[in-house]
Ligand binder design. Structure first.
Ligand SMILES: [Zn+2]
Length: 83
């Protein structure tokens, strides 16, 4: 598993964003500098990675209603080159 690259410290999960596009997304942050990192798990290949998340995206992810979350996470994944 790739670790967040900011502090090489532990990551704390904060918000389960569910699955979209064959990936499971969990938002969390570095326990040292509090930068946000998305834990992305690919169900098909059984691999996972961390992606940095902008504060603007974090705000949107926290506020978006669950029915719209899946579509938003899919488009976020596409922007990150995952899907
Ligand atoms: Zn950090």
């Amino acid at each position: 598993m790739n670790q967040p690259t900011c502090c090489q410290k532990s990551w704390i999960s904060e918000l389960d964003l569910g699955s979209a596009g064959g990936f499971e997304f969990t938002l969390g942050k570095c326990d040292q500098c509090e930068s946000y990192w998305m834990h992305v798990y690919c169900t098909a290949s059984n691999t996972s990675a961390f992606k940095s998340v902008s504060l603007a995206d974090v705000e949107r992810m926290k506020l978006i209603p669950p029915p719209e979350r899946k579509a938003f996470m899919k488009s976020w994944g596409e922007e990150q080159g995952l899907i």
